[in-house]
Design a protein around this ligand. Structure first.
Ligand code: NAP
Length: 320
């Protein structure tokens, strides 16, 4: 089968399509015939060699995919050959025609959800769900700012929060992205490049501020976020690409919390619970992953360039 292999850490051009042996499942494992692969920003950080988590070389990148179960190892009861599934994490890497997974990493894909949409679920939807419910402990009725709502995590957060009865203020950097975020359920949409957008936000919150902020670019926004939080407000730092200066006093008067998170810290029990909720949301139609761009697997390097560019619009998906 064909797979993207990384022989050394570096720029996007280290992503090379190669022939590798077919995979066979061991006990408790599943081999999935991959039909679509989700590209996440973290794939680029790992590839560069600058991320704390360093796979041993050579490796196949990628955590998210969707496809059909090809074979199962001893003891696997959750899925059977022929089932349509999405994959949230793999043993062998997702940028390939086959993926070897633990049975717990494979989840049933409802028949109305396409493989391309399935590839957009794993990291983005699990991150949004964990940030909202496990870290911020958001509740129906909360006013939530999704600060950076046009990409994979942001769209997931808007759909999840909307289905749970929260009021959502979302931001995007382009007209196209903002329109899409409104269509996905945000009650109000602001432009995070406009000079006065946080004043508009304060008007929308009636001057009280927002209960929860899901922050996609904390190095730019964290200082400003603290000034628009309500009393007892929580900011969850999901993405950050550098340092930032904050005024801690802004947290004191509000009893506010700044909560970091990485999906990799999710316990097995929480992962099972999160994916049970996501599958239910896919089944009832409240979760509808948006695919913005499809590229062939051989163009993985191009996908790694695009995913870091401004002007996000849903997910970038590779087709093997
Ligand atoms: P993505 O699809 O590339 O989307 C990036 C988002 O950031 C877009 O909505 C983009 O909006 C927005 N953005 C750009 N400039 C912004 C600004 N000044 N203020 C607010 N938002 C801004 O990436 P993603 O998959 O959604 O991931 C988002 C971030 O979270 C990435 O940094 C990623 O590495 C991180 N992440 C962290 C975890 C974790 O476990 N902590 C898990 C998944 C992702 P426009 O392009 O419309 O301007």
């Amino acid at each position: 089968m064909k797979a993207i292999r990384v022989q050394e850490f570096g720029g996007p051009d280290v992503l090379q399509l190669e022939d590798v042996p077919d995979l066979t499942p061991g006990a408790g494992q599943v081999v999935v015939r991959v039909r679509a692969i989700g590209v996440n920003p973290v794939d680029t950080y790992i590839r560069s060699g600058l991320y704390p988590m360093k796979p041993s070389l050579p490796y196949t990148p990628g955590m998210d995919a969707a496809g059909i179960v090809e074979s199962t190892g001893e003891g696997v009861k959750q899925v059977a050959a022929g089932d349509g599934v999405y994959v949230a994490g793999t043993i062998s890497g997702a940028y390939a025609q086959q993926a070897l997974c633990l049975a717990t990493q494979v989840h049933r894909l409802p028949s109305h959800v396409t493989f391309e949409q399935g590839a957009a679920i794993g990291v983005p939807y699990a991150t949004a769900y964990r940030a909202l419910f496990h870290r911020a402990e958001a509740r129906p009725g909360d006013l939530v700012l999704v600060h950076g709502a046009t990409g994979g995590v942001g769209i997931a957060a808007v759909q999840i929060a909307r289905a749970a009865g929260m009021t959502i203020i979302a931001t995007g950097g382009t007209e196209k992205g903002r329109t899409s975020v409104g269509q996905q359920g945000a009650h109000h949409v602001l432009d995070h490049h406009a000079p006065n957008y946080l004043d508009q936000l304060q008007v929308l919150s009636g001057g009280n501020g927002v209960d929860v902020i899901l922050e996609m670019l904390a190095n730019v926004n964290l200082g400003k976020d603290l000034g628009v939080l309500a009393k007892h407000g929580r900011v969850v730092v999901i993405g950050s690409r550098g340092p930032v200066e904050i005024n801690p006093r802004e947290t004191m008067s509000r009893d506010a919390s700044i909560l970091g998170m990485t999906l990799l810290n999710t316990s097995e029990q929480d992962q099972a619970s999160i994916h049970a909720a996501l599958v239910a949301g896919l089944e009832n139609g409240s979760l509808r992953p948006i695919v913005g761009k499809e590229l062939p697997l051989a163009d993985a390097a191009r996908a790694h360039e695009i995913v870091l560019q401004p002007g996000a619009f849903g997910k970038i998906v590779l087709i093997p």
